[in-house]
Design a protein around this ligand. Structure first.
Ligand code: NAD
Length: 477
């Protein structure tokens, strides 16, 4: 079989960009991305796409209506497809067995059942969602138990390693593509079919093929190892603040060791999109009766929580231990720059703590919609009184209006535009003493201190503004 028709179930942060790049690199293949959400598909078919990724608009505009389609007609797309990507969400379970840790596979299961109900010809089904090890087995069981006579399936695992904010770059030039499949002749053939799609733009040596379980576990393992690096440097940032060392200097010094390497050693406020996958890994380890392994990875998550809590406590403490009635500006709400995604964003944690302490919040993010911010902050897991939150939170269209009259500014996302703001102007318009808490270590702290700000950041002690020092040199905020 030569793949001519691809269907992708799930038009989200992974399905949308991945299929747009496939359509752009394989003009002879028809790619249809389907979703249950009518709104999401309408947005993919509009001028304003539902997600922001640098470079995505151009690709979608070039291929949409030619060989790239976004549709709610799931049945038609499944019937036509030779190969189906399952790219649906796998959030953490919020109830029942494994609540708060295990991956909720209800959407993956729903997708498998849809394929089984609809398909009338052989299909290669590709698990792109991040799933627990041996999820492919469950998908196969559903497909086999429900298939039409004469229809056969091959299940592949093809986890996605893209990072939001750089999705297009990551998809165009991946470090590797990983494909896992059955070690049978049919399994190997299916692997070859998927390889031939990626080979349109990725050299064969960068396409790694493994057995299904190695592929599934590698995705969780990669995220766990990356999160571990961040938790390690964040743990050291606390030591730096307590000793006078500077975590940026420490990161450079250790990163120059080629056994360690320089990437992913940036200390920050904490929070990342890895949490759900590591929680899932912890849960799997417990289910496999490996409590020591589970405890090891749990500590990576705990350190991430500690970092967020530590940072927010510092904000409250610095503002004379009370933020009640004070206006605090959060610059950035997305979990990282160049995306509008707020899932697991540390800004939510910061906002919640400050709201609990009675602060009023002014929030500005270049790419997150007001409705999303209010949705996140009024979610039942975050607050008990949505009406109260709506009274205390104001969303602004730019950083200057958001900081006007504020007691403190907290940098929650490392958007480039925050680096080049006119901080003299901002200082003039703020209440005094004016505070900046740089949770992302992106600002020129010396310049801010010279302007008159009290500045706090992660992993480094900073001097007070000159005008407030009682004696020179030694005082710290
Ligand atoms: P998402 O929430 O943005 O998108 C998932 C989409 O699937 C939603 O639009 C939902 O409506 C749709 N959906 C659910 N069930 C469906 C069904 N039966 N049929 C059709 N559509 C259905 O999620 P995402 O961020 O794209 O993540 C998808 C998967 O990829 C997850 O497992 C995630 O862990 C993994 N992943 C995400 C990233 C990332 O950076 N976002 C990176 C790598 C891997």
């Amino acid at each position: 079989m030569v793949v001519k028709n691809i269907c992708c179930l799930g038009a989200g942060y992974v399905g949308g960009p991945t299929c747009s790049v496939i359509a752009s690199k394989c003009p002879e293949i028809k790619v249809t991305v389907v979703d249950k959400s009518v709104t999401r598909i309408a947005q993919w078919n509009s001028e304003k796409l539902p997600i922001y990724e640098p470079g995505l608009d151009e690709i979608v505009k070039a291929r949409r209506g030619k060989n790239l389609f976004f549709s709610n007609n799931i049945e038609k797309a499944i019937l036509e497809a030779d190969l189906i990507f399952i790219s649906v969400n796998t959030p953490t379970k919020t109830f029942g067995n494994g609540k708060g840790r295990a991956a909720d596979l209800k959407y993956v299961e729903g997708a498998a059942r849809m394929i089984a109900d609809i398909a009338k010809s052989n299909k290669i089904v590709v698990e792109k969602s991040t799933v627990p090890v041996r999820a492919a087995e469950s998908i196969m069981n559903i497909l086999k138990a429900n298939n039409e006579p004469g229809v056969s399936y091959q299940i592949l695992s093809n986890p996605e390693f893209l990072a939001e904010g750089t999705a297009i770059q990551d998809l165009m030039h991946p470090d590797r593509v990983l494909i896992g499949g059955e070690e049978t002749p049919e399994g190997q053939l299916a692997i070859e079919e998927l390889c031939s799609i990626y080979e349109h733009w990725i050299p064969r040596k960068s396409i790694l093929t493994t057995n299904t379980w190695s592929s599934e576990l590698s995705k969780l393992a990669a995220n766990a190892m990356l999160a571990q690096r961040i938790s390690s440097i964040n743990s050291l940032s606390a030591v730096c603040e307590a000793t006078g060392a500077d975590v940026s200097e420490v990161a450079v010094a250790i990163g120059l060791d080629s056994r360690i390497g320089p990437k992913f050693l940036q200390a920050s406020i904490g929070g990342s999109c890895f949490q759900k996958d590591i929680l899932n890994l912890v849960y799997i380890c417990e289910s496999l009766s490996l409590p020591e392994v589970a405890a090891y990875w749990q500590q990576v998550i705990d350190m991430n929580e500690y970092q967020k809590t530590r940072f927010t406590a510092k904000v409250v403490q610095s503002l004379f231990n009370t933020v009640s009635g004070k206006n605090i500006t959060l610059l950035g709400f997305a979990f990282k720059k160049n995306t509008g995604d707020t899932r697991e964003s540390p800004a939510i944690h910061v906002a919640k703590t400050l709201l609990d302490e009675g602060a009023s919040l002014n929030i500005y993010d270049p790419k997150v919609e007001e409705s999303q911010i209010l949705y996140d902050l009024t979610h039942p897991s975050i607050c008990e009184s949505p009406e109260e939150v709506k009274k205390l939170v104001k969303i602004y269209p730019d950083a200057y209006s958001a900081t006007n009259g504020a007691h403190a500014v907290v940098i929650c996302t490392e958007w480039d535009e925050f680096v080049t703001l006119d901080y003299r102007e901002i200082y003039r318009s703020m209440m005094k003493p004016a505070y900046i808490f740089d949770g992302r270590k992106i600002l020129d702290h010396e310049e801010l201190i010279n302007i008159g700000f009290h500045v706090q950041t992660i992993g480094k002690r900073l001097p007070r503004p000159l005008s407030t020092r009682m004696w020179s040199g030694t005082a710290v905020v």
